[in-house]
Design a protein around this ligand. Structure first.
Ligand code: AQP
Length: 331
C-alpha cells in the first residue's frame, strides 16, 4: 500500500478548513487502505512563539479531534512529532544538503519572514523538516494543498541530491491533491483570503468546537455579494462559491448539485441550508471530541503507543541513512 504521511500543527482548535482540507482527507485515505502516519507537528509550531501550557493543551485537544474525526490508532499510526527524535535528526542531515538560496526563495518563507523583525532559522528550515517528516518513514504520498506543492518539490530535490551522493534510499514522495476544492476554503469575512487559525476575526472561521448556534451565526454573517442568486463561480463570486463548497463538503455532493438544490433561493435563504448541512456534519465530531477530552489518560496512551510504533519505523530508515553517510550511528 501507499505510505501516506501528514501532520497538523497544535496551534489552536481546528477550523473546518483544516477539517475538510486535511483531517477528513487523511481519514478517507486510511479508510481506503492507505498506510497512514499522522503526526501532531509540535516542532513545526515552534517556528512561531508558543506558550508552553497552551502547546501542551492544544496537543491533547488535537489528539481528541483527530480520533473524533475517525483516525483509527490501530490501523494508522498517530503520534507527536517531537516524541520521535529521528525527525529532527534527519532534518539536520538533510539541512546539510539544502541550500540557503533555494530555501530563502520559497514564496511562503518570503511572505512569512517579511512580517517578522527577527526571522528564526527554524522558519527557513521548515520545508527541510517537512521533508524529514516524510522521508524518515520512506513515505510515498503526501496529501497537500496547492500552496504546499513548493515544499514537496524541496523534498524531491533533497531526495535527488541524496541519491546522487549516497545512493538510493528514499522514494520520491508524490502529492495527493483532493481535486474537490477542499484545499483552500476561504475566510467567511474576506473571501479573497483563506480560512485561517491566525485570522484576528473569529467570525472568519468555523471551529470544530463551535456549537450549532455559533455555526448558524457565522454562516449568516458570511460576506457574499450583491447578487441574490446562488451560483458557483469561485473567480467572480468567491463568497457565495465558498458557501457552495462548504455545502458540498458537508454533504458530499458536487457544486452543480448544490446549485440546483439552491434554485429559487436567495443567498440569505441558502445560508440556512448551508448552516444546517455544516451543523449535521460537525456535530458528531464535536460531541465525540468532547467525550474523549474527558479522558486525557486515554489520549496520552494513544500517543505513547503511536510514538513507539513510529520510532521502530524511523529508526530503521535513519540507521540506513546514517550508515550511508558514514556516520557510526547505533540505534
Ligand atoms: N483554508 C483552508 N482550506 C483548506 N485546508 C486548509 N488548511 C489550512 N487552512 C485551510 C489545511 O489544514 C492543514 C493544517 O495545517 P497546519 O496545522 O499546519 O495549519 P496551517 O496550514 O498553518 O493553516 P491554519 O490552520 O489556517 O493556520 P494559519 O493561521 O497558520 O494559516 C494543512 O494541511 C492545510 O493545508
Amino acid at each position: 500500500p501507499r505510505r501516506v504521511v501528514s501532520g497538523l500543527q497544535p496551534t489552536g482548535t481546528l477550523h473546518i478548513g483544516n477539517y475538510f482540507g486535511a483531517v477528513r482527507r487523511c481519514v478517507r485515505l486510511q479508510d481506503s487502505g492507505d498506510d497512514l502516519m499522522l503526526f501532531i507537528a509540535d516542532l513545526h509550531s515552534l517556528t512561531t512563539h508558543q506558550d508552553p501550557d497552551s502547546l501542551h493543551a492544544n496537543t491533547l485537544e488535537l489528539t481528541a479531534y483527530l480520533l473524533a474525526s475517525g483516525v483509527d490508532p490501530e490501523r494508522s499510526i498517530m503520534f507527536v512529532q517531537s516524541s520521535v527524535a529521528r525527525h529532527a535528526e534527519l532534518c539536520w542531515l538533510l539541512a546539510c544538503l539544502a541550500t540557503n538560496a533555494r530555501l530563502a526563495h520559497l514564496p511562503q518563507y518570503k511572505e512569512k519572514s517579511a512580517k517578522m523583525k527577527e526571522v528564526p532559522i527554524g522558519l527557513l528550515l521548515y520545508p527541510v523538516l517537512q521533508a524529514a517528516d516524510v522521508l524518515v518513514y520512506r513515505g510515498t504520498h503526501v496529501p497537500v494543498g496547492i500552496d504546499q506543492l513548493q515544499h514537496l518539490q524541496v523534498a524531491a530535490q533533497l531526495v535527488r541530491t541524496f541519491h546522487h551522493r549516497y545512493g538510493r534510499v528514499f522514494p520520491t514522495p508524490q502529492a495527493i491533491l483532493s481535486g474537490d476544492g477542499s484545499e483552500r476554503l476561504r475566510s467567511l469575512r474576506d473571501p479573497t483570503k483563506k480560512m485561517s487559525k491566525s485570522d484576528s476575526d473569529p467570525k472568519s472561521r468555523i471551529l470544530l468546537s463551535d456549537p450549532d448556534s455559533v455555526i448558524e451565526l457565522k454562516v449568516r454573517k458570511a460576506v457574499t455579494d450583491f447578487t441574490p442568486q446562488v451560483t458557483f463561480d469561485p473567480e467572480s463570486r468567491p463568497g457565495v462559491s465558498n458557501l457552495v463548497m462548504l455545502h458540498c463538503l458537508a454533504e458530499d455532493k458536487l457544486p452543480e448539485e448544490a446549485v440546483e438544490e439552491a434554485e429559487g433561493l436567495t443567498t440569505a435563504q441558502y445560508k440556512r441550508v448551508v448552516a444546517s448541512a455544516l451543523c449535521s456534519a460537525i456535530r458528531p465530531v464535536r460531541e465525540r471530541a468532547a467525550r474523549l477530552l474527558e479522558r486525557p489518560a486515554v489520549l496520552r496512551d494513544v500517543l505513547r503507543l503511536g510514538a513507539a510504533r513510529a520510532r521502530v519505523r524511523a529508526d530503521e530508515v535513519y540507521e540506513d541513512v546514517a550508515t550511508r553517510l558514514g556516520l557510526s550511528a547505533t540505534v
